[in-house]
Design a protein around this ligand. Structure first.
Ligand code: ZN
Ligand code: ZN
Length: 409
């Protein structure tokens, strides 16, 4: 029997943009020199994708749920559980998970840096934070990429209806956690979080790594900003749902967490960082090896395009897209459909996500090629995929690869 076409799904975070005046009215994606993406577009089918629906500005979590075939309005419970799954915390039903940032606060409790001087590795703090004892809940904590981390509270009668302790801005004090509804569970969880926050500050303040950071003239990571409360969601298994044995390669733990929540295997490759210094080439090579080893689909996530959009760095965003393009020279692998898109637009002048649809291309066996021969926001407007929604991406490539089921007789 002929082997079925496999799928390599590459999501470049925040890929889409808007015309930039100083770039001659082109977007970073349009201005970037992308011979490989253009070749893939010429040999493939392009279109635009509204990740959620027109007019909705997607967060990265709901955007990925949709592109991977799940209606976020049905399964999404908050960002925290994905952060926790991404750093490798085994979650149980009833757990409440939060996303965290290590931050720097001054003696008055004012947040001076929300990323603790962009600390590279906060994992040395894991043990002291995990050892914090609370009156009514067990603490599970793990640091993630750079200043990020995840906190899980495990215990009876907890609620995700609690406000953030993160003031979201520098120059403001750490917030007190407030319950968001009138239930005793919310009040209890808020009290527990406030206790955790105070104990975490004490433990971090005294930690040798922070003494070292101060001695080196760096900002201490002496507080944990907590937000994104979510009860562990029920997400049906990806392989059962779509009959695709799937793996994920992502430098950023959060995206691996989304994939792990769907039951995908998480594969780490050296050099994949989730930052600007990431090696896109090793991710792609790693993905091809996994496809050779028997996976039907590999999802590769590239984060840096979004970071540069948030920083408003259009030239650097275009350069990052060129680096991604360099890694696509041998694409698509034989017998594989390459699907490449973004999870949303992050226009540099907005320094934030926007509701603008993102270009998507599919290139490989079974594709009905259209007339589009360059990859970009505006060329994609005329492509054969038309304008689809995120949740239609998986069904669309299942159809192209001959994996879709017949409806009716
Ligand atoms: Zn995103
Ligand atoms: Zn973003």
């Amino acid at each position: 029997m002929k082997e079925k076409t496999k799928v390599l799904l590459i999501i470049c975070d925040g890929l889409g943009g808007r015309p930039v005046e100083s770039m001659g009215g082109l977007t970073p994606l349009e201005v970037a020199r992308t011979p490989n993406l253009d070749r893939l577009a010429a040999n493939g089918i392009s279109g635009l994708m509204d990740t959620i629906r027109p007019g909705v500005v997607p967060g990265s979590d709901v955007a990925h749920l949709a592109i991977l075939g799940y209606d976020p309005y049905e399964v999404y419970t908050g960002r925290g559980p994905f952060e926790a799954a991404g750093v490798g915390i085994e979650l149980k039903a009833g757990d409440i998970a939060f996303r965290c940032n290590f931050a720097s606060v001054d003696d008055a409790g004012i947040v001076t840096d929300r990323r603790a001087g962009r600390i590279k590795d906060a994992s040395p703090f894991d043990d002291v934070i995990s050892a914090i004892e609370l009156d009514d809940a067990k603490v599970l904590f793990k640091a993630g990429t750079e200043h990020r981390g995840a906190l899980v509270l495990r215990g009876e009668g907890l609620s995700a209806a609690v406000g953030p302790l993160d003031p979201k801005k520098e120059g403001k004090p750490l917030k007190e956690c407030k319950p968001l509804d009138d239930t005793p569970e919310a009040a209890r969880t808020a009290r527990i979080l406030n206790q955790f926050s105070a104990k975490a500050r004490e433990a971090l303040e005294a930690h040798p790594l922070n003494e070292q950071r101060r001695a080196d003239g760096k900002l201490p990571a002496n507080a944990i900003l907590i937000r994104g409360a979510g009860v562990v969601p029920h997400i049906p298994d990806f392989e059962e749902r779509f009959e695709l044995k799937a793996a994920c390669i992502s430098g950023a733990a959060f995206y691996a967490g989304i994939a792990r929540s769907m039951g995908m295997d998480i594969v780490t490759v050296d050099g994949a960082t989730g930052g600007l210094d990431t090696d896109v080439g090793v991710k792609i090579t790693g993905a091809c090896e996994l496809l050779d080893k028997g996976y039907d689909m590999v999802f590769v996530h590239v984060k840096a395009t979004d970071n540069l959009g948030h920083d408003g760095k259009a030239i650097e965003k275009a350069a990052m897209i060129e680096r991604i393009d360099d890694a696509l020279e041998a694409m698509p692998p034989e017998g594989t459909l390459l699907v490449l898109t973004g999870d949303h637009s992050t226009p540099c002048e907005m320094k934030n996500h926007s509701a603008d649809p993102v270009p998507i291309l599919m290139s490989g066996p079974g594709v009905r090629t259209d007339a589009v021969d360059t990859f970009g926001e505006r060329p994609a407007m005329t492509g054969g995929l038309g304008r689809i929604r995120g949740i239609e991406v998986v069904p669309t490539f299942l159809g192209i690869t001959g994996r879709a089921k017949k409806y009716g007789a």
